[in-house]
Structure formats: C-alpha cells, structure tokens
Design a protein around this ligand. Structure first.
Ligand code: FPP
Length: 251
C-alpha cells in the first residue's frame, strides 16, 4: 500500500457474529469465537502496517441484556483470550488496555485483566484498546462526575484553609480540551477511521466523544469474515476522504 496514509488510530464495531453463525447453522457463541479469530488476525495486520492504536468494541454496557448463556460465553471467551494470547501479544509488541466500567465483571476476570495489562505495559508497537463493558454516554457522565468531584474537593480545600469560596458559575466552566482529559483514555488520540461491519448504520453508544471528526467505513461483511483484504479496502476508502474538520480546506 504505497503512498497510502495509514490511520494512526482505527476503531472497530465488530458486528455480525450472530448472523454469521446463524447462516452457517451454528450457535451464536460459535460466531463470537470466529470473531475472536478475526480480531487476532486484524490486530496482527494493524501492527504490521503501522497502525498505532486499535480500539475494538467487544462488550457494551447494553450487552448485559443478552441471554445469560451468551453473556457468560463472551466473558469466558475474553478470559481465555487473555490466558492464551498474552505471550503472542508480547511478541508482537502489543500494549493492552481494557476500557470500560468495572461493575458486574467478576473479581477473577478483573484481576486477570489487570495482570495482563501489566504484563504488556512496556510493549510499544501498537496499543490494543478493548472497549469492554463500555458505553459512550457512561464515559461522558463519568467524566462529568470526575470534574465535579475535583471542583468540589478544590472548594473544600479552600474553605478548610479559611479562604473565600467562589460561588459564581463561570468559575466552574471548563474547555473542551480540559474536559477531554477526564475521558477514560486521554492519552489515546481520537480515531481517524471507524469501521462497522455487517451493514448497520449506527454508532451504538461507541466512543461518542472521540468520534466527532472520525471518518466512517461501513461494510456488509460480517465481522468473522473481515480479513486483511477488507481492512485494505477500508483504508483505501479512508484515503479518498476530504477531511475538512468543518472548514473549507482539507487538512
Ligand atoms: C456484535 O455482534 C458482537 C459482539 C457483541 C461481541 C464482539 C466480540 C467478539 C468479536 C469476541 C472477541 C473479543 C475478544 C476481546 C476476545 P452480534 O452478536 O450483535 O451480531 P448480530 O448482530 O449478527 O447478532
């Protein structure tokens, strides 16, 4: 792919595992297993071509509504993935981050996530950010709460020191840039390209804040069938986009 701009950060909504399985007469979990294999392949490709951040939507805050068996299956799949792949990830220089809420996830899995993140923390080829128990609105609300807590503590500190406590609303305003620092992963740049498989035109509560100026690529291909050829098509399409960020000239 000569003369092609490789996006620094690609984010993917890996959709269509269930339909892939159904069309093959398999159970839904087989679709998720095939999806995990596709993910392994795409992560390796991204690492090789110079993508620096890959974010994938593996489990949303709304996915708890699925049947218990499917939810447990997805938890187990993720847990086994961490056990079985961590050495290979290290070899590929993959730094792992798991991003999302902690509640409802078992202590055992939380511990495994933390251990695997630590084990891979010095890897530098690509950052692999797995959005797990993630919701975009939840991320924004968590950020607002962090801001409020910080402001509240600052005011308390001032009061404790016998100082004058500000009550004017304008003293509590923050900028977009400051607010970004309260999101889950402020160290990761916004994705330039968001890919969604299986032909659905919706964002499903994924990275609501970060995708303000992302380019979208939607393909009918189900996630388990998304391979390096499909990735190449998405990147070529991205290269044809005229990115103006609200202005008149491409940047
Ligand atoms: C959406 O397809 C997919 C998910 C909710 C799960 C994505 C999970 C994986 C690809 C497993 C791999 C993850 C890791 C980190 C090992 P769907 O089930 O909604 O598909 P459908 O719309 O066709 O039913």
């Amino acid at each position: 792919m000569e003369n092609i701009v490789i996006p620094k950060h690609i984010a993917i909504i890996m959709d269509g595992n269930g339909r892939w399985a159904k069309e093959k007469g398999k159970i839904r979990l087989e679709g998720h297993r095939a999806g995990a294999n596709a993910l392994e392949n795409i992560l390796e490709c991204c690492g090789k071509i110079g993508v620096k951040y890959l974010t994938v939507y593996a489990f949303s805050t709304e996915n708890w509504k699925r049947p218990k068996m499917e939810v447990e299956g997805l938890m187990n799949l993720f847990s086994r993935y961490l056990d079985n792949k961590k050495k290979e990830l290290k070899k590929q220089g993959v730094k792992l981050l798991v991003t999302g809420a902690k509640e409802n996830i078992s202590e055992k899995l939380l511990k495994k996530i933390e251990e695997t993140e630590n084990y891979l923390s010095d890897c530098e080829n690509i950052v692999f950010n797995i959005a797990f128990n993630y919701g975009g609105r939840r991320e924004i609300v968590d950020a607002v709460n962090k801001v409020l807590e910080k402001k509240f503590l600052e005011q308390n500190q001032v009061a404790e020191n016998g100082g004058f406590v500000e009550e004017k609303a304008e003293n509590f305003k923050i900028t977009e840039e400051e607010f970004s620092k309260y999101m889950y992963r402020p160290e990761i740049p916004d994705p330039e390209l968001v890919i969604r498989t299986s032909g659905e035109f919706r964002i499903s509560n994924f990275l609501l804040w970060e995708i303000a100026y992302s380019e979208f690529y939607i393909t009918d291909t189900y996630w388990p069938d998304f391979d390096e050829k499909e990735l190449e098509k998405a990147i070529l399409s991205f290269n044809k986009r005229d990115r103006r960020y609200g202005g008149l000239n491409a940047k």
